[in-house]
Write a new protein. Structure first.
Length: 395
């Protein structure tokens, strides 16, 4: 048996051969935005959670250059980060605590969602204090029993919003909801949610509100539920190539993770690998060590199932995913320290985020947003955007 250690780097050694790398493909984000914008009347690019882990500012600018007209985030802090980076597009924040100080929304021209009378009053109070007007989107729960205003309280919220408009502190520019079952294109559940949303808009108009933007659908809805499009669609996962319906291979993955081999050893049959020896070699083989693990975002729950791409062939992880390292059973492949292994790929035979999500029993969204800070980031820029077009108005 033999063990080969990676020699010290001498001179300029490619980063990919010495450290794990996350490649962010803004060219894919540009492509995906154009595809999604072609199916939506108006597109809001959702760049929450740091642009699904790929950089909110970069993803936002790329989306805006390729067909998105506005941006959405979960928190006001995320919105302010974009504003301080110089992003001036229309921007909506929808997950702020009732009673929170929303002064930054007023100061930075950020729209806020109002799922309750308390949220509405917080927005109005900030606007009055600064002697300005804040744009709001009353938010109706359309079936998630999660965020949004419960339907029983919706008429009261609409009436309160109209009073605040008359007082001059707020302006209702949109009404929003969210689909609980869009990913599976569940016809019955999504039709019920859409009916609830339509009734909610009717209540808003009966209260005297005139929202210009009705928005309900997200990525899966844009790709497969045209009845939920209304005036605007909020798209996040699709920007980075995640299609939870599994029906639209035209979307391109925007994240690739590679890692160098740092150690190689030849072992015999019956050798236990990693903690608790959950993997034993079935025959003489070669093991390759990669310097990344669950601290970098690889899920422990994928142990025993996950594969990586080595010299064009998929090979299994051997043993558990550790905090900082994984072992790959490369068989008889002529692997050497410094060889680059594709852990998460975007095309061809390489394992994708969707593959990893299946192995881990989770969502690709979770994996993408959990990729660790230790990964070196390499950004592939988007190509020059096509000439701008003026979007059609949909009052």
């Amino acid at each position: 048996m033999s063990t080969t250690l990676c020699p010290p780097a001498a001179g300029p050694v490619a980063v990919a051969r010495t450290r794990p790398v996350l490649t962010v493909r803004l060219d894919a984000v540009a492509h995906n935005t154009r595809v999604l914008a072609a199916s939506a009347r108006r597109l809001m690019a959702v760049v929450k959670a740091d642009g699904f882990g790929l950089g909110a500012v970069d993803v936002a600018r790329t989306a805006l250059d390729n067909g998105a007209q506005s941006l959405g985030v979960a928190t006001l802090a995320e919105a302010v980060e974009l504003r301080l980076a110089g992003v001036r597009a229309p921007l909506l924040s929808w997950l702020d605590a009732p009673g929170a100080d929303l002064s930054d929304a007023v100061l930075h021209s950020v729209d806020v969602a109002v799922p309750s009378a308390e949220h509405l009053e917080a927005a109005a109070w900030a606007a009055r204090r600064l002697d300005r007007v804040v744009d709001v989107h009353p938010y109706l729960d359309c079936g998630t029993a999660r965020d949004g205003c419960p339907p029983a309280l919706w008429p009261d919220l609409c009436a309160a919003a109209r009073r605040a408009e008359r007082a001059g502190s707020v302006r209702v520019v949109g009404v929003m909801g969210h689909l609980a079952c869009a990913a599976g294109l569940h016809a019955e559940a999504n039709a019920a949610a859409t009916r609830r949303f339509v009734r909610g808009v009717e209540h808003a108009r009966a209260a005297g509100l005139r929202p210009a933007l009705r928005h309900l659908g997200s990525t899966a809805a844009v790709l497969g539920l045209p009845a939920t499009a209304f005036d605007m669609s909020r798209v996040g996962a699709g920007l980075v190539g995640i299609d939870t319906t599994g029906r639209h291979p035209v979307l391109r993955g925007a994240a690739q993770v590679t890692a160098p081999v740092v150690q190689v050893r030849d072992v015999g049959a019956g050798v236990g690998v990693g903690y608790d020896h959950t993997y034993r070699t079935a025959a003489p083989t070669r093991l390759a060590l990669l310097p990344l693990g669950y601290a970098d975002g690889l899920p422990v729950s994928a142990s025993g199932r996950a594969e990586v791409l080595v010299h064009g062939r998929r090979r299994p992880l051997a043993g558990r995913v550790s905090m900082d390292q994984v072992v790959v059973d490369v068989g008889d492949l002529p692997v050497q320290p410094g060889d680059v292994v594709t852990v998460i790929g975007t095309d061809g035979p390489a394992p994708t985020l969707t593959d990893w999500a299946g192995w881990a029993g989770t969502l690709p969204h979770e994996l993408l947003t959990g990729l660790g800070r230790r990964l070196v980031r390499r950004v592939v820029p988007a190509p020059p955007s096509p000439p701008p077009t003026v979007p059609e108005e949909h009052p």
